[in-house]
Ligand binder design. Sequence first.
Ligand code: PBG
Length: 324
Amino acid sequence: MPFPTARPRRLRASATLRRMVRETHLRVDDLIYPMFITEGSGVRNPVTSMPEVHQFSIDEALKEVAEVAGLGIPAIDLFGVPHEKDLEGRHATAEGGLIQRAVREIKRRFPELVVMTDVCLCEWLSHGHCGLVRGESIMNDETLPVLARMAVSHARAGADLVSPSDMMDGRVAAIRQALDAEGFEHVPIMAYSAKFASGFYGPFREAAQGAPQFGDRSTYQMDPANGREALKEALLDVAEDADIVMVKPALPYLDIVWRVRQETHLPVAAYNVSGEYAMLWAAARAGWLELERTMMESLVGIRRAGADLILTYFAKRAARLLKP
Ligand code: PBG
């Protein structure tokens, strides 16, 4: 229609009108808060590259969880920062292990909160890779039973959902089978289906102390250039009966979020990763961006691209702004 007949600005004239025609909504219920759990007591170590993010010992984590639950955030995702690592991942699967204890303590005090756990070996293996290693190669099939044992030990501790982030082939099926065999057929799996070999994980590697000591993760995480392959990965996880599929990182991969959304009926999650968080903070500290404005714009953008759920270190700040 020629000017001036078409006037899209009519619907932008007042805040109330804009509210009425708003297409995408970010809700507190969309947010999942990742947390780093470490040994000891009274520990609350700030992560330098991630302002407002800490590694917590279990007792301190409980205080943080009280705040998170108080803000109405429905779920947390626990990552372990253990003191002891080995070549087999024994500490990752132990009944009395760090994450297993954390889950028990948190679920005892906050039974309503959804407690998710990260299932990946990189923080628990001395070489920092996500799978068992022979020479310099990351072994796929040998890793699967360890991941399955890890997931079962989390479920036994009371985890509401397990979330494999390792990118080994066939891990969703292996974990599903093991959970079912142990009577945890009700525990859902959120699969990191399209996890890219990304530079945006940099600050996380400080937070979780799981940087690989040789080589990189490009033999298991995906090439940032590949979109069709991301759909293949997502559909494989759907076929293996994943309950939620995830794309990670979020902002540089919104096209993938959109395409995965079109391909499956499952809920889609996106991980707004450590580097995306650090980037906004750094620019805000330099006075170049407004933190909360760009944070909310990023989160709404991830929702608009098709994500139902967002894992984000901004969860607490966003929840405060979303409070009615
Ligand atoms: C490890 C893992 C990583 C992240 C989540 N799980 C790092 C990696 O793969 O190197 C990244 C999260 C973030 O950057 O916020 N399997």
